[in-house]
Design a protein around this ligand. Structure first.
Ligand SMILES: O=CN(O)C[C@@H](CC1CCCC1)C(=O)N1NCCC[C@H]1C(=O)Nc1ccccn1
Ligand code: NI
Length: 183
C-alpha cells in the first residue's frame, strides 16, 4: 500500500517535469499503480487507517508525486454541492475552460510540499476534461468550483507545475479581478 514515504517532496525531478502519456490500453502495472493511488487517497481520509499509517489526508494524488513521470491521477472527495468524485484517470486533458476564475480562500497546500506557502492560487472556475478512467472508459467531465480546482491542481502536477507557481509574487493575497472563492 502507498504511504507517505512513497510520496516525493519538493526538489524531486518528477515534480517539475512534464509527465509522459500512459500507453493505452493501460498495462497491468499502470492499472495497479492507479488503483493504489485511489486507495491511498481513500485511506488518507479514513480516521483509523490515516492514524495507523500516519497518512496526511488528501483529496487527490498525481503519479509524479510517487516519482513516476506518467500522466495518471486519482481523486476522492465530495464538493460543497454534495457531488462526490472517486476515480483514477489516465491522460486527463483540459479541453476547454472559463475565463472566470476561482480560488480556495485559504490557499492551497500539497502532499509533496512540507511547508505552508501562503497566498491565493487563481484557477479556472469551470473546466471540461477528457480522460480515460480507471475502468478504461473514455470520460468527459464538466467541473466547476472546488472540483475544478482539485483537478487543475492534479493536472498541473502532470505538467511539472506546483500550486505556488500561480501565486502573485508582488501581492500573494491579491484576488484576480471578478474571481469568487469556491469554498
Ligand atoms: O496533488 C495532490 N495533493 O498534493 C494533495 C492536495 C490536493 C488539494 C490541494 C488543493 C486542491 C487539491 C491535498 O489534498 N491537500 N493538500 C495539502 C494538505 C491538505 C490536503 C487537503 O486538501 N486535504 C483535504 C481537503 C479536504 C478534505 C480532506 N482532505
Ligand atoms: Ni499536490
Amino acid at each position: 500500500m502507498i504511504t507517505m514515504k512513497d510520496i516525493v517532496r519538493e526538489g524531486y525531478p518528477t515534480l517539475t517535469e512534464s509527465a509522459a502519456p500512459v500507453e493505452m490500453p493501460p498495462n497491468k502495472e499502470d492499472q495497479e499503480t492507479l488503483t493504489d493511488m485511489l486507495t491511498f487517497i481513500q485511506n488518507s481520509q479514513d480516521p483509523e487507517i490515516s492514524e495507523k499509517y500516519e497518512l496526511r489526508p488528501g483529496v487527490g494524488l498525481a503519479a509524479p508525486q510517487l516519482g513516476l513521470s506518467k500522466r495518471m491521477m486519482a481523486v476522492h472527495f465530495e464538493d460543497l454541492n454534495g457531488n462526490s468524485y472517486s476515480d483514477g484517470y489516465y491522460n486527463p486533458k483540459i479541453i476547454s475552460h472559463s475565463v472566470e476564475q476561482t480560488y480556495i480562500s485559504t490557499g492551497e497546500g500539497c502532499l509533496s510540499v512540507d511547508r505552508e506557502v501562503p497566498g491565493i492560487v487563481p484557477r479556472h472556475m469551470r473546466i471540461t476534461i477528457k480522460a480515460i478512467n480507471l475502468n478504461g472508459e473514455p470520460v468527459k467531465l464538466r467541473l466547476k468550483g472546488y472540483a475544478a480546482v482539485v483537478f487543475q491542481h492534479e493536472i498541473d502536477h502532470l505538467n511539472g507545475i506546483m500550486f505556488y507557481d500561480h501565486i502573485n509574487k508582488n501581492d500573494p493575497f491579491k484576488t484576480p479581478d471578478g474571481a469568487k472563492p469556491c469554498d
